[in-house]
Write a new protein. Structure first.
Length: 65
C-alpha cells in the first residue's frame, strides 16, 4: 500500500537508502518515491499522509554520522 510505503521511507534515514543527504524534505522524499518506487503523488497528499501517521517533522529523521 502506498501510504505504508511513504511512511516507511519517511521514517528511514536517507543515508540508509543510499541518498547523499542526512534529512528528508518533502521534495527529496517525493523525488525518491518517484525514482525508486514509481510513485507519483502530490506534495499535499504526502504531507497529509505523514500528518495522519504522526510524522510532523521530516528533519527529525536523520542518518548516522
Amino acid at each position: 500500500m502506498v501510504r505504508k510505503l511513504i511512511c516507511r521511507v519517511a521514517k528511514t534515514p536517507p543515508q540508509q537508502l543510499d541518498r547523499p543527504f542526512t534529512t528528508w524534505s518533502l521534495s527529496k522524499l517525493l523525488e525518491y518515491l518517484t525514482e525508486v518506487h514509481q510513485v507519483t503523488i502530490s506534495t499535499e497528499t504526502v504531507r497529509s499522509i505523514l500528518r495522519k501517521a504522526g510524522i510532523r517533522d521530516l528533519r527529525s529523521v536523520r542518518g548516522g554520522t
